[in-house]
Design a protein around this ligand. Structure first.
Ligand SMILES: NC(=O)c1ccc[n+]([C@@H]2O[C@H](COP(=O)([O-])OP(=O)(O)OC[C@H]3O[C@@H](n4cnc5c(N)ncnc54)[C@H](OP(=O)(O)O)[C@@H]3O)[C@@H](O)[C@H]2O)c1
Length: 362
């Protein structure tokens, strides 16, 4: 059998299930027989963006092809340069696309072993959100990695702490002994409260209490803040967070880029951008735009290896999740739910074998 089913997200967010070829691996990839796929905001935002580009006539094919980034399943085939996976391994992977299908492509550096005790369902909540949080803390903020934990107080504000990205940032920060953590969330805040260490000064604030109350609470815990990570990034969050940062030498890291972020001159703006991990070249590398993408690839290898280790040691929990019915047939409902902000502290998942037209449940 060389064909499979895959889901295509159209610019109006309508989803169709279509036939496609099972992918074959490039030298540094594995092909995964997907058991569970997960969705991220980019899955609907990407379709929107494609739609806008198509309207301006600069895109031939307006379909947002099989956009899925997060997938968990069994290694089905292996590229010639892959050294750390074998056929049948249970893995989770994140990629630019290809995850809304029976078979997806896992780049070796953004694929991780799933240890016993972690289900495919749980693993599928991690990929993109986990690595974006890791990029934010350890490549864009100069914070100590979990294997070299902080030895002194390092206040860190994490806005959007109940979002998948924000929650993984909180979990990683705790593993790095970064405290006090000032976590800011709304209705989903309950999911992150148990991770915080009140004994080390961490607090959970509700963004609905308003700017004045938030600034007061942040200053009480941490009069001098040099680092924030904002996984929401709108006009209000920028205004709030830049007002608590030290006016010079501090860093505002945001999971969203764009010229809409008005950051005061003394504060450095950093934007972790996970898709950069799959570019063949690193424009910021020492040799300019043609610099081999070694450092980002090495970073991902290290952090996906760490994810497997942290799971097997019981150090890190997955994101709360909900499996939508009928596999990819619910993808449209899921991405529209993300667009409409229905997922408070929740990742939507899809069991591929439950998709109509896909044979057999794993
Ligand atoms: N740069 C990258 O490579 C990259 C990678 C992944 C994601 N992202 C971006 O990062 C952002 C977060 O992604 P995600 O996957 O973590 O999202 P998510 O899990 O879907 O986020 C849902 C959470 O967002 C919070 N939220 C929504 N609107 C808010 C607002 N106005 N103020 C405060 N909180 C708000 C809600 O918190 P409450 O329930 O507590 O209200 C909700 O729990 C998205 O914009 C996404 O596109 C960027």
């Amino acid at each position: 059998m060389s064909t499979m089913k895959e889901a295509i997200i159209h610019p109006n967010l309508q989803v169709t299930i279509e036939d496609a070829q099972i992918p074959t691996p490039k030298p540094d990839e594995v092909i995964i027989k997907i058991v569970f796929a997960g969705t991220n905001p980019i899955d609907w935002k990407g379709a929107d963006e494609v739609s806008a580009r198509a309207m301006h006539g600069d895109l031939e094919n307006p379909l947002h092809k099989n956009a899925g980034k997060d997938m968990a399943g069994y290694v089905h085939s292996i590229g010639s340069k892959v050294f750390d996976f074998k056929l049948g391994d249970r893995v989770v992977a994140v990629n630019h696309s290809s995850g809304f299908a029976e078979y997806g492509v896992g780049p070796a550096h953004t694929t991780a072993h799933i240890p016993d005790g972690i289900s495919f369902e749980e693993a599928a909540t991690t990929g993109l959100a986990y690595i974006t949080a890791a990029l934010a803390l350890y490549r864009h903020l100069p914070l100590p990695e979990p294997w070299n934990p902080a030895k002194e107080a390092t206040p860190l504000v994490i806005y959007g702490a109940s979002s998948a990205v924000g929650a993984f940032a909180v979990k990683l920060a705790v593993l790095s002994n970064i405290h006090p953590i000032i976590a800011i969330a709304g209705g989903g805040g309950d999911i992150i409260a148990p991770v915080l260490r009140a004994d080390k000064g961490d607090i959970l604030l509700d963004y609905r209490s308003g700017k004045e109350a938030l600034v007061k609470s942040i200053r009480r815990v941490a009069p001098h803040v040099k680092y924030v990570f904002d996984s929401i990034s709108n006009e209000e969050t920028v205004e709030l967070l830049t007002s608590v940062l030290e006016p010079n030498g501090s860093i505002y890291a945001s999971s969203l880029g764009g010229s809409q972020l008005k950051i005061p001159a003394g504060i450095q703006l950093e934007i972790p951008f996970a898709p950069g991990l799959w570019e063949p070249y690193d424009p910021a590398g020492p040799e300019g735009p043609k610099s081999p993408n070694i450092a980002p690839r090495a970073f991902s290898h290290a952090f996906f290896g760490y994810l497997s280790f942290a799971w097997s040691e019981g150090l890190i929990k997955v994101h709360p999740h909900k499996v939508l019915p009928n596999g990819l047939a619910s993808l449209e409902e899921g991405i529209k739910g993300l667009r409409d902000g229905k997922n408070h502290g929740l990742k939507y998942l899809y069991e591929i074998a439950a998709t109509p037209g896909v044979a057999g449940r794993s």
